[in-house]
Design a binder for this molecule. Structure first.
Ligand code: APR
Length: 310
């Protein structure tokens, strides 16, 4: 296959993303980790599943970035995951160092790649990767909105007992407790959920979405969610590599859009061969706009903390 996606971090999210990508059968996958044997073993295992799953994607596991050379997309999942009682922000110092090291290597071998960041705290890690790589802003993005909106969509489907395929949803803002699910723009077969559910029920679904990651951390106890995060990263990679131009909520570097300057925040974007091809600006009510500003302020606080670490 011609297209190449490298996934850095062969843990739960990384290995599952490699699986999803290979099974979609549109790119070869290179899985990289700092631990010797883990990426090699997982990619060999996935290779042995290929005859049954019926795909021809080549999988390579390695500790050496040479194998990532000339990747079209690099998905960065390296880092530590949350444990019960931890917020995503608690991962800041450790993951900042890891994402810095990883991005340097990635950029050295794949200067033309598009970077999809998954490591948390997500929006702050996008800043780290953007700064270290020096790549243009359309080529650095964070995976969070696709995951958060998928969680919202799943909860809406469960509540209304309808197919998930009928449901679209938008979640704006940072990938944290202040994220902004938008019920007015969330629909079932085109009908806004505000016409189908009471305000109380919507608020309950919004709240569960905001705490969606923590709910899973509390159940798993030893790590954080990975099936849905991996699916979300793979969907972004597919939209880019196939130039599908899907409109997906992603963390993007804003320079005035939504009144936010110089910050990665989740907004709807058009994802195609050039990466972020357009930032879609939707009209917000005063209340929604205020919630987005609050969420952006929480991201800014983390970015400022990172600057102080230097
Ligand atoms: N280079 C490469 N890989 C690294 C490095 C590094 N410098 N440091 C750590 N890793 C690897 C670990 O060895 C591990 O295999 O990153 C992997 C992380 O995997 P998990 O611990 O299973 O964590 P996971 O659930 O995959 O989450 C990874 O994604 O969703 C976010 O919050 C989550 O920040 C976390 C990241």
């Amino acid at each position: 296959m011609n297209s190449k996606v490298s996934v850095i971090g062969a843990g739960n999210v990384g290995a599952t993303a490699a699986q999803r990508l290979a099974e979609k059968d549109f790119c070869d996958v290179v899985l990289v980790d700092i631990i010797e044997g883990v990426p090699q073993g997982k990619s060999l295992d996935l290779t042995q599943a290929a005859p049954i799953e019926r795909h021809d994607a080549h999988l390579t596991g390695t500790n050496d970035y040479e194998a990532t050379k000339n990747s079209d997309i690099v998905i960065i999942t390296a880092g530590i995951a949350r444990k019960p009682g931890m917020s995503r922000d608690d991962l800041l110092a450790t993951n900042k160092n890891i994402v810095t090291k990883v991005t340097k290597e990635v950029a050295r071998f794949s200067p033309e790649a598009i970077l999809v960041i998954v490591s948390n705290p997500l929006d702050a890690m996008c800043h780290v990767a953007y700064g270290v790589s020096g790549f243009s802003k359309n080529k650095v993005m964070g995976m969070a909105g696709v995951l958060d909106s998928a969680r919202f969509r799943a909860f809406i489907a469960m509540e209304l007992d309808v197919s998930v395929e009928n449901i679209h949803a938008i979640v704006l803002g940072g990938h944290g407790d202040a994220m902004v699910p938008l019920p007015r723009y969330s629909t079932v077969a085109g009908i806004p959920i505000t016409e189908l559910l009471s305000a109380d029920r919507i608020e309950a679904l919004v709240d569960r979405t905001r705490k969606g990651g923590a709910e899973i951390v509390n159940l798993l106890k030893t790590g954080s969610a990975y099936y849905a995060p991996a699916s979300a990263a793979a969907e972004m990679a597919e939209s880019i590599l196939k130039d599908k131009k899907k409109i997906l909520p992603c963390a993007a570097y804003l320079e005035g859009e939504y009144g936010i300057h110089g910050l990665f925040v989740g907004v709807p974007v058009k994802l195609g061969a050039r990466g972020i091809e357009e930032i879609i600006q939707i009209k917000l009510t005063a209340e929604e706009s205020c919630a987005l500003k609050k969420s952006a302020a929480a991201v800014q606080e983390l970015v400022d903390t990172i600057k102080e670490m230097k």
